[in-house]
Design a protein around this ligand. Structure first.
Ligand code: SAH
Length: 480
């Protein structure tokens, strides 16, 4: 067969495409004579005119030129920088449609990767995948911003021969597909305090002639500004991530920030001198105020330090954790293991209803926070240990620790195989699997199913509206 027959489109050609799906990255999936084209911004059910950008053997990419038939679910993205930024991927899809797409995305993963049977309706035998729990107000939900800083040329006027330009400190986001920083004043998914804080810190930086780090030359001081705000407490932490130990006029910085940001409780410096995309370096020091800020989730107080993991959407976090507690069906005597426990958030929710909770987490600072948080809330039936879950839990088992319920909440790559084997060997009555990645969730559920567990239900929760991410809480029970 000639190549032409196999690939019916060529680069720069304009084609009319019917969109049949949405990838896990939010691109429209189109078909032209059976050939697949990925088109950013196109939605299922639409017919579009698009220009082919790149052609591979079995698929290609095209740029949306014109909507010929529009989806009923299409809305105008409210954010002015949506197309350039790339931080959100689904603002052009109505919120209702986002929620049902996320549920379907979970179902597809369970079926295709996990080879699991999902119930088609009430009374059907398979796994019940509930409708996604959405937000009433799906904007301004993030409690944390990490904003890259840069220098940008600005026109400052001039004579007839041309404009005179100067450089000024900017901060915002990387333009799609590049490392050029575009200045941004407002992000519609951030808590407004975070936007204000970043704007003030930029102004102060300009006043004090602070330079931004340049990743090509390795020069310049300020790399990122990180802010975190407690939704209940209103307390704010500001972390200045610098390419060097010394901040010129540091006292002036601190004084100006305290004047401009009345709710700041902690100003921290983190030093990162490495040429890397990783935001944080190893050295963290408090410049002013407390080492932690406090926040509250469903009446439990948490101390959060600069380097600890803390869920970014506190409203939906409460929904998620309450679902995990509901699935655990605790009566007061159960022994529960919380694997990948972070600062002990889920552990303390569970401890209110369990006999004893054992938390394990790989980051020692997070375990220190977890212990502090248990004490802060006078919770005495939770204990914590730092280390890899796949090493610590098998040891606990040898030491005779028994678990009625095991909760896991791993990072995107899912659970370590050794941990899954240990869960099967410990034979808890229930396993609650909290996951931020439906594909590794599906993979791990298959292992647990083969080992004697049945997945009863899966609850998707929309922790990250307008992005393609979805969080799930799943309940598994031992077969006999
Ligand atoms: N349950 C917590 C944290 C979830 S994020 C919460 O909801 O806040 C996943 C956590 O797993 C992170 O804190 C990360 O540091 C930790 N982690 C990553 N690999 C691990 C491993 N092998 N063993 C234990 N913890 C691990």
């Amino acid at each position: 067969m000639s190549n032409k027959l196999q690939v019916p489109v060529s680069k720069n050609e304009e084609v009319t495409v019917d969109i049949v799906g949405l990838t896990h990255e939010g691109e429209g999936v189109g078909r032209v004579d059976g050939f697949t084209l990925f088109i950013q911004g196109a939605l299922p059910g639409e017919r579009v005119r698009a220009k082919v950008l790149k052609v591979k053997k079995t698929y290609g990419y095209a740029k949306l030129q014109e909507l010929l038939v529009e989806s009923e679910d299409r809305v105008d993205a409210p954010c002015a920088i949506y197309k350039q930024c790339g931080g959100c991927q689904l603002q052009h899809l109505s919120y209702e449609a986002q929620l049902s797409w996320k549920r379907q995305h979970v179902v597809d993963n369970l079926e295709r990767i996990g080879k699991l049977r999902v119930a088609a309706g009430p009374g059907d035998e398979g796994i019940v995948v509930h409708p996604t729990i959405g937000m009433d107000e799906p904007w301004r939900y993030r409690n944390k911003a990490a904003v890259p800083m840069g220098m940008a040329a600005v026109a400052t006027g001039g004579d007839g021969d041309g404009l005179v330009s100067a450089e000024r400190l900017v901060g915002g986001f990387y333009a799609r597909g590049s490392h050029r920083i575009i200045d941004m004043d407002e992000c519609m998914i951030q808590h407004s305090h975070n936007d204000e804080i970043v704007a003030r810190v930029k102004e102060i930086g300009r006043e004090l002639d602070i330079t931004a780090y340049n990743e090509e030359t390795g020069r310049g001081l300020l790399r990122h500004v990180m802010t975190r705000v407690g939704f209940v407490s209103g307390e704010a932490m500001i972390v200045l991530i610098t390419n060097g130990d010394r901040i010129p006029q540091v006292d002036r910085w601190v004084e100006r920030i305290r004047e401009a940001v009345p709710n700041v409780k902690s100003i921290v410096q983190n030093v990162n001198k490495r040429n890397t995309n990783v935001i944080f370096g190893d050295v963290t020091r408090v410049l002013w105020g407390s080492e932690v800020i406090y926040d509250e989730l469903d009446g439990i107080r948490f101390a959060i330090s600069a380097r600890s993991f803390y869920q970014v959407n506190p409203v939906q976090t409460v929904e998620l954790y309450c679902k995990a507690v509901e699935y655990a069906a605790l009566t007061g005597n159960e022994r529960v293991i919380d694997a990948y426990c972070g600062i002990g958030t889920i552990s303390l929710f569970l401890a209110r209803k369990a006999g004893h909770v054992y938390g394990v987490e790989i980051v020692p600072e997070a375990i220190a926070d977890a212990e502090r948080n248990a004490a802060l809330n006078s919770i005495e039936n939770a204990s914590f240990e730092a280390g890899p879950a796949e090493v610590v839990i098998p040891r606990w088992r040898k030491e005779g620790i028994v678990a009625d319920v095991i909760v896991v909440d791993p990072p995107r790559k899912g659970c370590d195989e050794a941990l899954l084997e240990t869960i099967l060997a410990m034979r808890p009555e229930r396993v609650i699997y909290v996951s931020c990645n439906p594909s590794t969730l599906a993979r791990d559920l298959r292992v647990l199913e083969d080992g004697g567990y049945r997945t009863i239900e899966v609850q998707p929760v929309d922790m990250f509206p307008h992005t393609v991410h979805v969080e799930c809480c799943s309940l598994l029970v031992r077969k006999q």
